[in-house]
Design a protein. Sequence first.
Length: 137
Amino acid sequence: MTDDRTIGSIADRLGKLTVVGLQGNEAGPLERYVRRATLLELAEDVLATLGRPQWPADREVLIAVVAELRRARKGHGVFPSLHHALAVVREEYLEFEHEIFKRDVDPAGVAREAVQLAAMAVRTLSDLALPLKEVKR
């Protein structure tokens, strides 16, 4: 896929994302609130940040994490503090650890908990507007 087609495809998907207000109520698709040019710029930023997935599974993993993030945001408000975020991330980590240390490890259970852990880590960054510019890449 060419860069323009890739960016267009990402912009289309971003536009379909449901906007969820701070109180957890759905406000509709993102494309209803922003111009197409803004979605294209956002898609370019996504590509610049994530790069092109090196393995096909990377895309599936990212889609699963974003889906979990959206699901979690529908049912819960934003993290009010770092301490709250820490508690939620720790809880997800402990559930992930528990799945790994079971006598009969279930790969699907491990994957589910890993996705939930990743989504809560992303929520911590976004809900608390932590400065990503300071993260070394």
